[in-house]
Design a protein around this ligand. Sequence first.
Ligand code: ZN
Length: 112
Amino acid sequence: MKPIIIQNSKIPKLLSIFISIYAITLFPFIISRDEMSEETIRHECIHIEQQRELLVIFFYILYVWYWLKGKASGMTNDKAYMNIPFEQEAYRKMYDENYLETRAKHAWKNYT
Ligand SMILES: [Zn+2]
């Protein structure tokens, strides 16, 4: 199943409670405030793969768990977000054009 991309949406802004959200991936949807760059689409597609392999629900449980773990160790909201293994993988690999074709399953575990 291919992701369904929705651009120019108000949803990311409405969800920006703890941190400022530009785009959000809620399998199988990728929703963004405006037109996404190729790199941002790749970043969100990496989250689609992570969610697919964690049956969506375990991705969200782990996502919140890793964020709270960062917060508990004294990180700011933004630092705790950047420290989440799913974000580490997505930010580091979003500029790699071939990444989605070559990515190993559960590659996010390399960033824990
Ligand atoms: Zn992300």
